[in-house]
Design a protein around this ligand. Sequence first.
Ligand code: ADP
Ligand code: MG
Length: 696
Amino acid sequence: MTAINCSKFFSEDVFTIKTMRNYLSVNAYDSLMETIRHRTSLDPRIADEVAEAMKTWAIEKDATHFTHWFQPLTGATAEKHDAFIDPDREGGCVMHFSGKELIQGEPDASSFPSGGLRTTFEARGYTAWDPTSPAFIKRGAKGSTLCIPTVFCSYSGEALDEKAPLLRSMDVLSKQVCRLAKLFGMDVDGGKRTYPTLGPEQEYFLIDKQFYESRLDLMQTGRTLFGRQPAKHQQMEDHYFGAIKPRIMAFMEDLDRELWRLGIPSKTRHNEVCPAQFEIAPVFEELSIAVDHNMLAMEVLRNVADEHGLVCLLHEKPFAGVNGSGKHNNWSIVDPTGRNWLTPGDNPHANAEFLTMICILMKAVDTNAALLRAAVASAGNDHRLGANEAPPAIISIFLGDQLYDVIEQLEKGKAKSSKNGGVIKIGVTSLPQFPRDATDRNRTSPFAFTGNKFEFRAVGSSQNCSAANTVLNTIAADAIADVCDELEAAIKAKKNFNETLQSILQRIVKKHKRILFNGDNYTAQWRAEAARRGLPNIMTTPEALKAFAAPATIRLFEKHGVLTKRELESRYNALFENYEKTIILEANCSVTIARTMIVSAALTYQLELASTIANTAKMLKAVKQTESKDLLRNVTEQIEATLKGCKSVELTVKAGHPDKILSAMSKLRTAVDELEALLPRDTWPLATYAEMMFII
Ligand code: ADP
Ligand code: MG
């Protein structure tokens, strides 16, 4: 076996900064670096040279085409390819790629959801190059394609995608963090910026392709609409961190290779709680890059699985009754000096900075809990949030006992005695060290402090996490701005900085302490307690999405220039429409499966049973066949229940109430799952849960 040195192929197919240096003139390189590092606008004069360099590099990598790669509101990525070829009128062709083609594209985008922002007769959308995210190569069997990350806007500049608001929210956060940093005496001169970091942990399922293809529900909706729980599923807890099976290992090795080739720093891989469930996590990166990489990673997961005769399920709840999949969103802020702001300091000054940010984030999350919930709302995630294996729909913050205690002492302020006899004085007191391990034990919290970052665990596995992070950045920026307003006013009035800060933080803790919860988030007691505290518990997507249309949300996003009222409305509409379409599609699919696959199989078995019983009765008059007749009765009743269930699903679809559709579907499911327990395995038309989870 030859030695594998992954540093040789890491970023092999990425137009990295290092690569640029080899393909660009010094002037163009310096100018582009300025844009990438300081987010200044691109000098259009270098566009042609950059395009030429990218083309040369891409052709060396077998590229025949280029595409603007973007993230519309469908939740997926989009691309439309153009060949480099330009016929030369002599029967040959030249390979052509201009600066104009690099900077701006015009996909015929009228079919993308825009929630009413762009009707088909209005101006078309366009894609604009995002130079801060590196171009990369997608390989096909006989060539490859140069992919250029872009944002997708209308001609009047309205965001039609996930990325434009994400980038805006990062700018807004940077501005406010710099303001706060300056107050703490950090050097923010010379165009310094700060940025959030993201390390998304991605959960997924793998099943054998042959089973997938027997399941119309998986193919059409991404989740199983029927399926009885097998005797053994995840209850033995023997899969989590278990030894990885050879077939999965082969998949994971190929997966990492592909990810590394694309510059995605995949770091950890392991078995998850449910059989057939796994997780990968990358090294964290600057937020917008991490989001692009996560979107790409989801695509690579699907493609590599396919090559191994597997199917990767990214749905939040592919199987009822067992764990679903999330995308733990590890988020932090890098300060203008390059240090992680959420690392507790080792001196009083650094601690003041740290505690200030913790309090600010308490305020941000408590004030905007409903908005955070809206940012992760989807039909798929509704099955997961609050399902006793995932964070509840109630947003709260876990700080760990030690930090919680510090926050309580801070609240008590000048009080004579507190739990540890101490009182936290901002800018004066040294904090105890918070060992990372001690803070990382609570796995039930939707928003947990894990030593040097917050982990927002409510994000769904299939979601583009841009929305969650756009909200997170914006609410953080807003809370920072409020604190800066007060501090700056105090400084102007020549008040003592530390004392002012102390009183601001005390006030924040008093007001927003209700958002803190260190206990078990899965319990009924917590739901009751959260209700007493007035924390929202929003169970469904239609309810949750309302937060996007709330006046306070519009004020918040317009104040910071992240989204306009129209843009917010369009998002609300697009998400709502997506939800309704999903529910109706699932309902129609369950009726199709029940009628055309389940009932027909059950009727065949019913006939077989009935004639067996009748024939047996002729030959063995003395035997009563009570149990056999019971079986026949059971099968018959469940067939009736299934057919009735189909009818009522259809009626609810016609009436169009998502809640009622879902409850009709669940009744239908109960009947079908009963039949699964009665029919012979060789006549059951769908792969079973046990087969899908264990034959892999
Ligand atoms: P766990 O949460 O399971 O304990 P880790 O702490 O190793 O696992 O990290 C989970 C994810 O958090 C990884 O993707 C890691 O890169 C990311 N992470 C670590 N530090 C930060 C940070 N400062 N900002 C954002 N993400 C981070
Ligand atoms: Mg984690």
